[in-house]
Design a binder for this molecule. Structure first.
Ligand code: NDP
Length: 274
């Protein structure tokens, strides 16, 4: 499967559905070897089988990224199996919305454990591996919810604002190790994410938002595309934010990357911090 990422080794968390699954497919299509992690092994194995049927290579691995030891083992063992690590896509996430008053505090813990700590654990494990290999690219999936807070989303907002802030600070630190950091901030994407909410007010709110937006994004819109992997931005993508174009609705079918309408994909070889 020849492509612009031939010879690259990538890890994607939250790869069993939605954006993560589409990202694995897109990376593999471009020739990268990919380690795909999530908790649902059956979904990962289906994905690996599909990609391998098209000539790609996917290592499916069950992992709960909120478990520090498991996250570390996933990153280190996947990198060892692939002979190194060029790209880490921290995509795993949960969104359990609702008012703060009366919330299930277990929902808060899940969001913080997965969206923040899971991302930190994987990043912490990946940095030395990338440094040893001469550099790499860390892609963190935040959200428009990481720039704009709304009632009913307070804790999800907190996690995604955290991902934005962490990405910016890490970008400055990691430059020295030749590790590029990208933060992706999609709007409303049609995935399983919203479906985990049971609070009637949230279910109704999501339904209305979707109706207002009309044409929402598909997971494939967020994954790296052939054109974006070939694109060489003059500005280097070193802290690229890919945001929805319609902040008023919180989601949109259009994207901007460094202010330019372009495909949403986020990887540009060579992965060199500039
Ligand atoms: P999905 O629910 O389809 O995907 C979430 C993925 O995260 C699944 O593969 C799930 O796999 C995985 N995951 C959840 N918990 C864990 C865990 N503890 N350990 C490992 N993997 C876990 O939603 P999306 O594809 O939409 O979400 C992907 C990312 O995009 C998230 O970070 C989300 O916040 C972000 N995002 C989504 C938007 C949207 O509108 N959909 C908008 C903006 C950002 P499993 O259950 O098998 O573990």
């Amino acid at each position: 499967m020849p492509g612009s990422l031939e010879g690259r080794r990538a890890i994607v968390t939250g790869a069993s559905s939605g954006i993560g699954e589409a990202t694995v497919e897109a990376l593999a299509r471009e020739g990268a070897q990919v380690a795909a992690g999530a908790r649902r092994r059956d979904r990962l194995e289906d994905l690996a089988g599909r990609v391998e049927g098209e000539g790609g290579t996917v290592h499916a691995r069950e992992v709960d990224v909120s478990d520090e030891a498991a996250a570390r083992a996933f990153v280190e063992e996947s990198a060892a199996a692939m002979g190194g690590l060029d790209v880490l896509v921290n995509n795993a996430g949960v969104m359990l919305l609702g008012p703060v008053a009366g919330a299930e505090t277990e929902h808060w813990r899940r969001m913080i454990d997965v969206n923040l700590l899971g991302l930190l654990y994987c990043t912490h494990a990946a940095l030395p591996v990338m440094a040893e290999g001469g550099g790499g690219h860390i892609v963190n999936v935040s959200s428009v919810a990481g720039r704009r807070a709304e009632m009913g989303a307070a804790v999800y907002n907190m996690t995604k604002f955290g991902v934005v802030a962490f990405s910016e600070a890490l970008r400055q630190e990691a430059l020295h190790a030749n590790v590029r950091v990208t933060c992706v901030e999609p709007g409303f994407v049609d995935t399983e994410l919203q479906g985990h909410n049971e609070h009637p007010m949230v279910v109704e709110g999501v339904r209305k938002m979707r109706e207002q937006i009309g044409e929402v994004l598909e997971a494939e819109d967020i994954a790296p595309t052939r054109s974006s992997t070939r694109c060489r931005s003059r500005r280097g993508w070193r802290s690229t934010s890919c945001s929805s174009g319609r902040p008023s609705s919180g989601a949109s079918a259009s994207h901007r990357i460094d202010g330019v309408r372009a495909p949403m994909g986020f990887l540009t070889p060579p992965m060199r911090a500039v």
